[in-house]
Ligand binder design. Structure first.
Ligand code: NAP
Length: 297
């Protein structure tokens, strides 16, 4: 299925051409930085669970990741970090003009497309396209007059994205969710954060529904549940816990973006729900170690 990007930061290069050897990556994405490569071969290298980038006629074709909610405070950091780590990015946004100022990166590996997650899976499948290898969902409803917005965006919108992935055969999905989504089951029903967030259209309940859908979908997921989000740079190290464990704490959006991107790189994150906050007294651990310490359920 051909996708016509509505806005391309720079002139398209061979990078955007669909490859005859294109293959989905089911588990782990590994890229190497794009530099002038002297390699010239036509096949995707596959070893065990890793697939490296495809290199054709001296042009390295990077793995492309679709980011939903790319103009958001976390979404734009995810875009930046993906590009910095050597991925190509298809940034799904509602407002192309806003995206031009929010995403100042003029990398030729950044493609910006219009994608409203409430508009259904068919339309989303068209924009995600058959060139995206994975989807990262960093959407969140914008407060307004529509009381159903959390349900439409954080539940049905995410479900639409998962359905679009199933239609396309995209088998990797990273969701930015939240700690306390399962607060009722954790005995945290009186936690002020749980009450506060659910006052706004049952936000956490909506997110939990979407999580359940993803987990039943069969898609390879990593659900990232951060604590309270901060725009400031990190002041501590990432603490990662299993689902329904953390009920307080905060974390820099930079670190949330890092966790989302690292999840793509480390197969230890496959089919897992991780809760994250940042603590100044926590030891610095590798992501392999952090994801590896979380049990699959
Ligand atoms: N705030 C917290 O302390 C906290 C804590 C834990 C988890 N979270 C969750 O973490 C995630 C990221 O939070 P954030 O504060 O960084 O996000 P944010 O800045 O509020 O950004 C939300 C993004 O979602 C997009 N969006 C809204 N409705 C959409 C729709 N119908 N279709 C497509 N995109 C849509 C927005 O697009 P526009 O830019 O066009 O509006 C924006 O890009 C959210 O899911 C949030 O609920 C937040």
């Amino acid at each position: 299925m051909a996708v016509t990007p509505l806005f391309l930061r720079n002139s398209p290069r061979t990078l955007w051409t669909q490859h005859s050897h294109h293959s989905r990556l089911p588990t782990t994405l590994t890229t190497t930085p794009k530099t002038s490569r002297s390699l010239s071969f036509n096949s995707t290298k596959m070893e065990a669970s890793e697939i490296t980038e495809e290199v054709t006629e001296n042009v390295s074709v990077k793995k492309k990741i679709f980011v939903a909610g790319a103009t958001g405070s976390t979404g734009k950091r995810i875009v930046e970090q993906l590009l910095a780590k050597g991925f190509a990015v298809k940034a799904g946004v509602r407002d192309l003009d806003k995206a031009r100022t929010a995403l100042l990166n003029d990398s030729p590996d950044l493609q910006i497309v219009k994608a409203d997650v409430t508009e259904g899976s068919e339309k989303l499948a068209q924009v995600i396209g058959d060139d995206s290898e994975a989807v990262i969902c960093a959407t969140g409803f914008r407060p307004g007059w529509d009381l159903f917005a959390p349900w439409k965006v954080d539940n049905f919108g995410t479900v639409n994205l998962v359905e679009a992935c199933r239609k396309l055969g995209v088998n990797r999905f990273i969701l930015i969710s939240s700690i306390l989504v399962n607060g009722a089951a954790m005995g945290q029903i009186l936690n002020p954060a749980y009450i506060f967030l659910n006052v706004f259209g049952l936000t956490l309940v909506a997110k939990l529904q979407a999580e359940k859908y993803i987990r039943k979908s069969g898609i390879n997921y990593t659900i990232v549940r951060p604590g309270g989000l901060k725009n400031e740079p990190p002041t501590g190290n990432v603490v990662m816990e299993t689902e329904d464990t953390l009920y307080e704490g905060s974390i820099s959006r930079d670190q949330v973006a890092e966790v989302a991107v690292e999840a793509l790189i480390h197969s230890e994150s496959n089919y897992k729900v991780v809760e994250i906050v940042s603590r100044t007294d926590a030891p610095k651990r590798s992501y392999k170690d952090l994801f590896g310490s979380i049990k699959q359920r």
